[in-house]
Design a protein around this ligand. Structure first.
Ligand code: ADP
Length: 302
Protein backbone atom coordinates (compact mmCIF):
# COMPACT_ATOMS: atom_id res chain seq x y z
CA UNK A 1 0.00 0.00 0.00
CA UNK A 2 1.26 3.46 -0.91
CA UNK A 3 0.29 6.96 0.05
CA UNK A 4 -0.18 8.95 -3.15
CA UNK A 5 -0.99 12.64 -3.64
CA UNK A 6 -2.66 13.93 -6.78
CA UNK A 7 -1.64 17.56 -7.20
CA UNK A 8 -4.68 19.10 -8.82
CA UNK A 9 -6.54 22.37 -8.53
CA UNK A 10 -9.89 20.72 -8.94
CA UNK A 11 -10.92 17.44 -7.32
CA UNK A 12 -14.06 17.24 -9.45
CA UNK A 13 -12.20 16.95 -12.78
CA UNK A 14 -12.58 13.64 -14.63
CA UNK A 15 -8.81 12.98 -14.65
CA UNK A 16 -8.43 13.71 -10.94
CA UNK A 17 -11.38 11.53 -10.00
CA UNK A 18 -10.27 8.64 -12.16
CA UNK A 19 -6.75 8.67 -10.69
CA UNK A 20 -8.15 8.75 -7.15
CA UNK A 21 -10.55 5.91 -7.91
CA UNK A 22 -7.89 3.81 -9.68
CA UNK A 23 -5.53 4.19 -6.70
CA UNK A 24 -8.22 3.29 -4.19
CA UNK A 25 -9.25 0.21 -6.18
CA UNK A 26 -5.66 -0.99 -5.82
CA UNK A 27 -5.67 -0.40 -2.07
CA UNK A 28 -3.65 2.84 -1.92
CA UNK A 29 -4.33 5.87 0.22
CA UNK A 30 -5.14 8.65 -2.24
CA UNK A 31 -5.31 12.34 -1.49
CA UNK A 32 -6.16 15.24 -3.81
CA UNK A 33 -4.10 18.29 -2.96
CA UNK A 34 -4.65 21.77 -4.38
CA UNK A 35 -1.04 22.71 -5.09
CA UNK A 36 -1.90 26.43 -5.20
CA UNK A 37 -2.80 26.19 -1.53
CA UNK A 38 0.41 24.44 -0.55
CA UNK A 39 3.07 26.57 1.02
CA UNK A 40 6.66 25.72 1.54
CA UNK A 41 9.36 25.90 4.11
CA UNK A 42 12.62 26.39 2.31
CA UNK A 43 15.23 26.08 5.02
CA UNK A 44 18.41 24.13 5.60
CA UNK A 45 18.08 20.42 6.48
CA UNK A 46 14.39 19.76 6.06
CA UNK A 47 12.27 20.88 3.11
CA UNK A 48 8.54 20.59 3.84
CA UNK A 49 5.24 21.27 2.12
CA UNK A 50 2.45 22.61 4.31
CA UNK A 51 -1.21 22.24 3.42
CA UNK A 52 -4.20 23.38 5.44
CA UNK A 53 -1.87 24.15 8.33
CA UNK A 54 -0.23 20.70 8.45
CA UNK A 55 2.99 19.38 6.89
CA UNK A 56 2.44 16.79 4.16
CA UNK A 57 4.45 13.81 5.30
CA UNK A 58 5.06 10.16 4.41
CA UNK A 59 3.93 10.34 0.80
CA UNK A 60 5.42 7.66 -1.44
CA UNK A 61 4.50 9.31 -4.71
CA UNK A 62 2.82 12.32 -6.30
CA UNK A 63 0.96 12.68 -9.57
CA UNK A 64 1.32 16.28 -10.75
CA UNK A 65 -1.61 17.63 -12.77
CA UNK A 66 -0.36 21.18 -13.20
CA UNK A 67 -2.52 23.65 -15.12
CA UNK A 68 -0.82 25.35 -18.07
CA UNK A 69 -1.23 28.81 -16.52
CA UNK A 70 0.09 27.65 -13.13
CA UNK A 71 3.37 26.11 -14.25
CA UNK A 72 5.60 28.42 -12.23
CA UNK A 73 4.08 27.73 -8.81
CA UNK A 74 3.01 24.19 -9.61
CA UNK A 75 6.51 23.07 -10.58
CA UNK A 76 7.91 24.71 -7.42
CA UNK A 77 5.59 22.51 -5.32
CA UNK A 78 6.56 19.39 -7.30
CA UNK A 79 10.25 20.28 -6.84
CA UNK A 80 9.76 20.63 -3.10
CA UNK A 81 8.21 17.14 -2.91
CA UNK A 82 11.11 15.77 -4.93
CA UNK A 83 13.59 17.45 -2.57
CA UNK A 84 11.81 15.57 0.22
CA UNK A 85 12.57 12.33 -1.64
CA UNK A 86 9.02 11.73 -2.88
CA UNK A 87 8.73 10.04 -6.28
CA UNK A 88 6.91 12.15 -8.86
CA UNK A 89 5.21 10.68 -11.94
CA UNK A 90 7.00 13.50 -13.81
CA UNK A 91 10.00 15.53 -12.70
CA UNK A 92 9.45 19.18 -11.98
CA UNK A 93 12.18 20.13 -14.45
CA UNK A 94 10.71 18.03 -17.24
CA UNK A 95 7.30 19.64 -16.73
CA UNK A 96 8.78 23.16 -17.02
CA UNK A 97 10.76 22.13 -20.07
CA UNK A 98 7.77 20.70 -21.91
CA UNK A 99 5.60 23.74 -21.18
CA UNK A 100 7.75 25.93 -23.36
CA UNK A 101 6.75 24.97 -26.92
CA UNK A 102 9.88 26.38 -28.46
CA UNK A 103 12.23 24.69 -25.99
CA UNK A 104 10.34 21.47 -26.59
CA UNK A 105 10.83 21.68 -30.36
CA UNK A 106 14.51 22.56 -29.95
CA UNK A 107 15.11 19.47 -27.81
CA UNK A 108 13.15 17.20 -30.15
CA UNK A 109 15.10 18.50 -33.13
CA UNK A 110 18.37 17.67 -31.36
CA UNK A 111 17.18 14.06 -31.13
CA UNK A 112 16.32 13.95 -34.83
CA UNK A 113 12.61 13.45 -34.13
CA UNK A 114 10.27 14.35 -37.02
CA UNK A 115 8.84 17.87 -36.66
CA UNK A 116 6.91 20.27 -38.86
CA UNK A 117 9.45 22.79 -40.23
CA UNK A 118 9.25 25.62 -37.70
CA UNK A 119 10.59 29.17 -37.54
CA UNK A 120 10.83 31.56 -34.63
CA UNK A 121 11.93 35.18 -34.47
CA UNK A 122 11.67 38.06 -32.07
CA UNK A 123 11.84 40.92 -34.48
CA UNK A 124 9.29 41.75 -37.18
CA UNK A 125 12.07 43.17 -39.39
CA UNK A 126 12.51 39.79 -41.07
CA UNK A 127 9.00 38.51 -41.56
CA UNK A 128 9.64 37.50 -45.17
CA UNK A 129 12.70 35.50 -44.11
CA UNK A 130 10.66 33.76 -41.45
CA UNK A 131 7.93 32.88 -43.94
CA UNK A 132 10.59 31.54 -46.34
CA UNK A 133 12.04 29.22 -43.68
CA UNK A 134 8.81 27.23 -43.57
CA UNK A 135 8.39 27.18 -47.34
CA UNK A 136 5.93 30.06 -47.71
CA UNK A 137 2.13 30.15 -47.39
CA UNK A 138 -0.08 28.39 -46.51
CA UNK A 139 1.45 28.23 -43.05
CA UNK A 140 0.41 27.96 -39.43
CA UNK A 141 1.11 30.67 -36.83
CA UNK A 142 0.97 29.72 -33.14
CA UNK A 143 0.99 31.75 -29.98
CA UNK A 144 3.60 30.17 -27.74
CA UNK A 145 1.36 30.51 -24.72
CA UNK A 146 -1.80 29.10 -26.37
CA UNK A 147 -3.66 25.89 -25.43
CA UNK A 148 -6.70 24.02 -26.72
CA UNK A 149 -6.15 25.34 -30.22
CA UNK A 150 -6.70 28.99 -29.25
CA UNK A 151 -4.05 31.13 -30.89
CA UNK A 152 -3.39 28.66 -33.72
CA UNK A 153 -4.04 30.34 -37.05
CA UNK A 154 -3.85 29.07 -40.62
CA UNK A 155 -2.66 31.80 -43.00
CA UNK A 156 -3.52 30.86 -46.58
CA UNK A 157 -1.50 33.55 -48.32
CA UNK A 158 1.79 35.34 -47.84
CA UNK A 159 -0.03 38.61 -47.21
CA UNK A 160 -2.33 37.06 -44.59
CA UNK A 161 0.70 35.52 -42.88
CA UNK A 162 2.46 38.90 -42.78
CA UNK A 163 -0.56 40.64 -41.25
CA UNK A 164 -1.13 38.01 -38.57
CA UNK A 165 2.55 37.89 -37.62
CA UNK A 166 2.65 41.70 -37.40
CA UNK A 167 -0.51 41.80 -35.31
CA UNK A 168 0.72 39.19 -32.80
CA UNK A 169 4.16 40.76 -32.58
CA UNK A 170 2.53 44.18 -32.13
CA UNK A 171 0.92 42.78 -28.97
CA UNK A 172 4.38 41.57 -27.95
CA UNK A 173 3.20 37.96 -28.10
CA UNK A 174 5.74 35.21 -28.78
CA UNK A 175 4.81 33.19 -31.82
CA UNK A 176 6.16 30.40 -33.92
CA UNK A 177 5.58 29.89 -37.61
CA UNK A 178 5.13 26.39 -38.93
CA UNK A 179 4.83 24.49 -42.17
CA UNK A 180 1.16 23.61 -42.73
CA UNK A 181 0.74 19.83 -42.90
CA UNK A 182 -2.15 19.91 -45.34
CA UNK A 183 -2.18 16.16 -45.92
CA UNK A 184 -3.15 15.61 -42.25
CA UNK A 185 -6.60 16.83 -43.34
CA UNK A 186 -7.61 18.12 -39.93
CA UNK A 187 -6.65 14.87 -38.20
CA UNK A 188 -4.08 14.47 -35.45
CA UNK A 189 -3.08 11.57 -33.23
CA UNK A 190 -2.82 11.68 -29.45
CA UNK A 191 -0.61 8.99 -27.97
CA UNK A 192 -0.61 8.38 -24.23
CA UNK A 193 2.77 7.20 -22.99
CA UNK A 194 3.60 5.71 -19.61
CA UNK A 195 7.25 4.81 -19.00
CA UNK A 196 8.49 3.60 -22.37
CA UNK A 197 5.19 2.33 -23.77
CA UNK A 198 2.28 3.81 -25.69
CA UNK A 199 -0.69 2.58 -23.62
CA UNK A 200 -3.47 4.16 -25.69
CA UNK A 201 -3.86 6.19 -28.86
CA UNK A 202 -6.69 8.00 -30.56
CA UNK A 203 -7.18 10.09 -33.64
CA UNK A 204 -8.95 13.40 -33.42
CA UNK A 205 -10.72 14.84 -36.41
CA UNK A 206 -11.58 18.53 -36.63
CA UNK A 207 -15.10 19.71 -37.34
CA UNK A 208 -15.81 20.07 -41.10
CA UNK A 209 -13.81 22.97 -42.55
CA UNK A 210 -11.65 23.19 -39.41
CA UNK A 211 -7.93 22.34 -39.64
CA UNK A 212 -7.60 22.16 -35.85
CA UNK A 213 -8.61 18.80 -34.40
CA UNK A 214 -8.94 19.92 -30.75
CA UNK A 215 -11.93 18.38 -28.97
CA UNK A 216 -12.47 21.82 -27.43
CA UNK A 217 -12.91 23.14 -30.99
CA UNK A 218 -15.63 20.61 -31.84
CA UNK A 219 -13.39 17.73 -32.97
CA UNK A 220 -14.29 14.06 -32.54
CA UNK A 221 -12.12 11.25 -31.20
CA UNK A 222 -11.74 7.60 -32.10
CA UNK A 223 -9.35 4.78 -31.32
CA UNK A 224 -6.51 4.31 -33.81
CA UNK A 225 -3.79 1.73 -34.39
CA UNK A 226 -0.35 3.30 -34.69
CA UNK A 227 2.32 2.33 -37.16
CA UNK A 228 5.59 1.10 -35.57
CA UNK A 229 7.23 4.38 -36.69
CA UNK A 230 4.53 6.47 -34.98
CA UNK A 231 4.86 4.41 -31.84
CA UNK A 232 8.63 4.80 -31.65
CA UNK A 233 8.46 8.53 -32.50
CA UNK A 234 6.06 9.13 -29.60
CA UNK A 235 8.15 7.13 -27.13
CA UNK A 236 11.37 8.85 -28.21
CA UNK A 237 9.75 12.29 -27.89
CA UNK A 238 8.71 11.61 -24.29
CA UNK A 239 12.14 10.27 -23.44
CA UNK A 240 13.85 13.28 -25.04
CA UNK A 241 11.85 15.58 -22.77
CA UNK A 242 12.69 13.57 -19.66
CA UNK A 243 9.01 12.87 -18.98
CA UNK A 244 7.58 9.54 -17.81
CA UNK A 245 3.83 10.08 -18.18
CA UNK A 246 2.88 12.22 -21.17
CA UNK A 247 0.69 12.78 -24.19
CA UNK A 248 2.27 13.24 -27.60
CA UNK A 249 0.40 14.86 -30.47
CA UNK A 250 1.42 13.69 -33.94
CA UNK A 251 0.43 14.61 -37.46
CA UNK A 252 0.66 12.16 -40.37
CA UNK A 253 2.73 14.05 -42.92
CA UNK A 254 4.12 13.06 -46.33
CA UNK A 255 7.52 12.84 -44.65
CA UNK A 256 6.39 10.52 -41.84
CA UNK A 257 5.01 11.26 -38.37
CA UNK A 258 5.76 14.76 -37.04
CA UNK A 259 5.45 15.76 -33.39
CA UNK A 260 3.48 18.90 -32.60
CA UNK A 261 3.53 18.79 -28.87
CA UNK A 262 4.46 16.81 -25.77
CA UNK A 263 2.02 17.35 -22.91
CA UNK A 264 3.03 16.64 -19.32
CA UNK A 265 -0.53 16.63 -17.88
CA UNK A 266 -2.52 14.93 -20.63
CA UNK A 267 -6.25 14.65 -19.98
CA UNK A 268 -7.71 11.19 -19.32
CA UNK A 269 -11.31 11.70 -20.33
CA UNK A 270 -10.94 11.88 -24.12
CA UNK A 271 -8.47 9.00 -24.36
CA UNK A 272 -10.21 6.65 -21.90
CA UNK A 273 -13.59 7.18 -23.52
CA UNK A 274 -12.29 6.81 -27.07
CA UNK A 275 -10.16 3.71 -26.41
CA UNK A 276 -11.73 1.99 -23.41
CA UNK A 277 -8.24 1.67 -21.86
CA UNK A 278 -7.93 2.09 -18.08
CA UNK A 279 -5.20 4.73 -18.40
CA UNK A 280 -5.58 5.89 -14.77
CA UNK A 281 -5.02 2.32 -13.57
CA UNK A 282 -1.88 2.05 -15.70
CA UNK A 283 -0.48 5.25 -14.18
CA UNK A 284 -1.01 3.82 -10.68
CA UNK A 285 0.67 0.54 -11.73
CA UNK A 286 3.61 2.56 -13.04
CA UNK A 287 3.96 4.25 -9.63
CA UNK A 288 3.79 0.86 -7.89
CA UNK A 289 6.73 -0.35 -9.98
CA UNK A 290 8.82 2.82 -9.86
CA UNK A 291 8.17 4.77 -6.67
CA UNK A 292 10.57 2.63 -4.67
CA UNK A 293 13.48 2.92 -7.08
CA UNK A 294 14.81 6.10 -5.51
CA UNK A 295 16.01 9.21 -7.27
CA UNK A 296 16.18 9.18 -11.05
CA UNK A 297 18.57 11.76 -12.45
CA UNK A 298 17.45 14.12 -15.19
CA UNK A 299 20.09 14.04 -17.92
CA UNK A 300 18.49 16.17 -20.60
CA UNK A 301 20.78 19.22 -20.11
CA UNK A 302 18.50 21.76 -21.82
P1 ADP B 1 -2.78 23.57 -28.89
O1 ADP B 1 -1.61 23.19 -28.06
O2 ADP B 1 -3.37 24.91 -28.57
O3 ADP B 1 -3.78 22.46 -29.03
P2 ADP B 1 -1.61 22.75 -31.37
O4 ADP B 1 -0.27 23.19 -31.77
O5 ADP B 1 -1.77 21.36 -30.86
O6 ADP B 1 -2.19 23.80 -30.34
O7 ADP B 1 -2.58 22.96 -32.62
C1 ADP B 1 -3.99 22.73 -32.57
C2 ADP B 1 -4.43 21.86 -33.74
O8 ADP B 1 -4.18 22.49 -34.98
C3 ADP B 1 -3.69 20.54 -33.82
O9 ADP B 1 -4.30 19.57 -33.01
C4 ADP B 1 -3.74 20.19 -35.29
O10 ADP B 1 -4.95 19.52 -35.62
C5 ADP B 1 -3.73 21.55 -35.96
N1 ADP B 1 -2.35 21.92 -36.36
C6 ADP B 1 -1.42 22.47 -35.56
N2 ADP B 1 -0.25 22.67 -36.21
C7 ADP B 1 -0.45 22.24 -37.47
C8 ADP B 1 0.38 22.20 -38.64
N3 ADP B 1 1.64 22.66 -38.63
N4 ADP B 1 -0.16 21.66 -39.76
C9 ADP B 1 -1.43 21.19 -39.78
N5 ADP B 1 -2.27 21.23 -38.72
C10 ADP B 1 -1.79 21.75 -37.58
Amino acid sequence: MMKIAILSQDGSLYSTQRLKEAGEVRGHEMRVIDYLRCYMNIAAHKPTVIYQGKPLEDFDAIIPRIGASKTFYGTAVVRQFQLMGVFSANDSQAISRSRDKLRCLQILSREGIGLPVTGFAHSTQDIDGLIDIVGGAPLVIKLLEGTQGIGVVLAETHQAARSVIEAFRGLDANILVQEFIKEAEGMDIRCFIIGDKVVASMKRQGAPGEFRSNLHRGGTAEKIKLTPEERSTAVRAVKAMGLRVAGVDLLRSNHGPVVMEVNSSPGLEGIEKATGVDVAGKIIEFLEKNAGLGKIRDRIQY
